[in-house]
Write a protein that binds this ligand. Structure first.
Ligand code: HEM
Length: 624
């Protein structure tokens, strides 16, 4: 089960349930509510699911190569991958992967969202797929092939003849065939503004209509009913066992429950098909209380500590105007009261305020208004919403922040919940090295903004900077810059430049005296060249330092920092600072007698709700 800190799990969980990339791209919205693709008679979800299948189709069970590995992006010029939907999908998924979520994980996640968005089952999602940056073997079945070729294709992909029938039905419950992609299956209607697209069944949803209509003989599936006999692949395949898999009493695919369960199993196997040696994570279940971010930063001439956490809610919770008071507690990191030695903790006090969004936190000069997130199609299907809170406090390096924890008080409730990482507290990241949110390019002047017209070519280096505290002598320092995103600049597969391979390089950090020292920090910067487009770069900072007063050597670092921070380009303001006071440590630890509130340490009601939600995830149990 998940234990903090686990950056890969946290990053996967965030994207899967929040529906947003690390950089804030809300790309799950493309498939939300089983959205139609433009004004065409198919859905975005159908296109995303097809791409996932075609990516998996390179798997070869004989030697364990291929599978879901994002090789599809290097295979789109092949006849077997023809389709406008493929290029659209590639564009929509292109700017979303990162150090912890591979392109292939994004493809698998996109398929999971798609099925949920169209009211299909919620597939358990695992991460950890590894990308390749070249084409894989050919292996996608085509409609003009004979049955025995199809059986062989699916065998190599790891599915027997019965599973083949079901997997195709599970795919072809969505979408259809386009005249521009397959004119021999769907001849043109000669209406350029309303091009022909014949769907596999009569509903856009992920449902058993594909099987019901097939058995009833009412189907319009162009791969079943067509004047062109060569391409009737669905007919040949669905009838290959005398329709037993489709038609069986109760357990045939025409039964909605059988359809849902069979597809859940087979589609999960499909997205979890990875090459030999790759291990996937455990299924990603929602983290009920999540420390989503923390960092030191410079605000208003001071060092500051800023942390964000997320609370899960249910949809019903949104109706009232629920307010919450949240508190951040922490022990000093250094000095006389390090580790709360004198029996007191610091607290950023917030009290119930007014004029708040109908659903959110109470604010008193320190807790920013909650950002309300709808979440991904999977969270929507689970009736789950999230609220984010950011608390920011000004601190001096001489004391700084060591361990920290939170309490949450619902309006009108006498009880507070303490969130302290199961008693151990959260540990603040290194403060000897502090990222300076200024990603800039070009010579001596600091510039931000669009980097180049061609996003795959960056003639300018960018500079990534960090402050290192002067109580440390820097022996060596570097950053590792990472970007696996790519750009798609054309809608034609034939002209499509294959995406760049990932960018993952180390650059030295050297002292940059053009950035004046500040609250005890000297600045170091790295010149990053040859990036893909730079906008999605994250950086890991590492410095080997010697403590000037003790002579002790150590390594300090920061993981997975957004290199071009929105704050640096002026799109977000620094968070407001909270008022700080001191509180008795025992009270702070158990959430009792804080200020004028009488509070008892108790588990909140919502915890139960969350566990109930987790139960819905295919019977997965969240072990505490
Ligand atoms: C013998 C095996 C298969 C054949 C011959 C086949 C053939 C096709 C063809 C010709 C199209 C039309 C694409 C277009 O016009 O752009 C299509 C669409 C589609 N296929 Fe398959 N398919 C097969 C198996 C599968 C499987 C196993 C899945 C997924 C589990 C799948 C999912 C889809 C989806 C979702 C679409 C609709 C895409 C859209 O509307 O844009 N197919 N298939």
């Amino acid at each position: 089960a998940y234990v903090w800190p686990d950056p890969q799990y946290e990053t996967l969980e965030g994207m899967f349930y929040e529906g947003t990339s690390f950089h804030g791209n809300q790309f799950a919205a493309f498939v939300a509510n089983c959205a139609q693709r433009d004004d065409r008679n198919t859905t975005v979800a159908a296109e995303w699911v097809r791409l996932a299948y075609h990516d998996m189709a390179t798997f070869n069970i004989t030697d364990g190569t291929g599978g879901v590995d994002a090789s599809i992006y290097y295979e789109l010029d092949r006849e077997e991958n023809i389709g406008d939907g493929m290029i659209r999908t590639m564009g929509e998924l292109s700017l979303t992967s990162n150090k912890y979520i591979s392109r292939a994980d994004v493809i698998a996640m996109a398929a999971t969202w798609s099925v949920a968005a169209c009211k299909g089952p919620i597939l358990p999602f695992r991460g950890g797929r590894q990308d390749v940056f070249v084409a894989g073997r050919k292996g996608v079945p085509e409609p003009q092939q004979e049955l025995k070729e199809h059986v062989e294709s699916f065998r190599l992909q790891g599915f027997n003849a019965t599973e083949m029938i079901a997997l195709i039905a599970c795919g072809h419950t969505l979408g259809g065939v386009r005249e521009e992609d397959f004119p021999t299956i769907v001849p043109t209607n000669n209406q350029p503004s309303n091009r022909r697209l014949d769907t596999f069944d009569s509903t856009p949803q992920f449902d058993s209509a594909i099987a019901i209509e097939y058995i009833a003989g009412t189907t319009r599936n162009p791969l079943v009913v067509n004047s062109n006999q060569t391409i009737l692949s669905d007919l040949r395949i669905f009838s290959s066992d005398k329709n037993v898999t489709m038609n069986r009493q109760v357990s045939g695919l025409k039964d909605p429950n059988t359809f849902s369960q069979t597809c859940s199993t087979l589609l999960t196997r499909m997205i979890d098909t990875v090459r030999k040696g790759v291990t996937l994570t455990e299924p990603i279940v929602p983290i009920p209380f999540k420390l989503s971010q923390q960092r030191f930063m410079f605000i208003g001439g001071e060092l500051a500590f800023s942390t964000q956490f997320r609370i899960l809610n249910t949809l019903n919770d949104q109706t009232g105007s629920r307010k919450r008071t949240v508190r951040l507690f922490w022990c000093d990191r250094r000095g006389a009261n390090a580790n709360c030695a004198d029996g007191t903790a610091n607290v950023a006090v917030t009290v119930a305020g007014n004029g708040l969004p109908s659903f959110g936190a109470s604010i008193d000069g320190g807790v920013t208004a909650p950002t309300f997130a709808v979440g991904s199609p999977v969270s929507q299907a689970l009736n789950m919403t999230m609220t984010f809170y950011t608390v920011t406090v000004s601190v001096a390096f001489e004391r700084s922040v060591g361990k920290f924890w939170f309490s949450i008080t619902e309006e009108g409730s006498p009880n507070s919940t303490v969130q302290d990482n199961d008693g151990t507290g959260y540990v603040a990241v290194d403060d000897e090295i502090v990222y300076l949110p200024v990603g800039f390019k070009g010579g001596p002047t600091i510039q931000v903004g669009p980097l180049t017209t061609d996003p795959d070519k960056s003639p300018f280096p960018i500079y990534i900077a960090a402050g290192i505290h002067s109580s440390m002598k820097v022996d060596s320092a570097s950053i590792r810059a990472f970007d696996s995103t790519f750009s798609v600049r054309t809608l034609s597969a034939k002209q499509l430049a294959p995406p760049k391979a990932l960018f993952n390089e180390t650059f030295p950090l050297s002292e940059n005296t053009s950035l004046p020292s500040f609250v005890g920090y000297n600045f170091y910067s790295a010149e990053v060249t040859n990036g893909l487009g730079f906008s999605q770069i994250t950086a890991d900072f590492k410095a080997n330092v010697t403590d000037v007063s003790t002579g002790n050597k150590k390594t300090v670092g920061l993981d997975f920092v957004l290199a071009i921070d929105p704050q640096s380009v002026g799109t977000t303001l620094p968070p407001p600072l909270a008022t700080i006071s001191t509180v008795n440590l025992t009270s702070a630890r158990n959430g009792t007698k804080l200020g004028s509130d009488a509070m008892i340490s108790a588990l909140p009601l919502r915890e139960g709700t969350v566990y109930a939600l987790l139960g819905l995830l295919g019977g997965l149990i969240y072990a505490v």
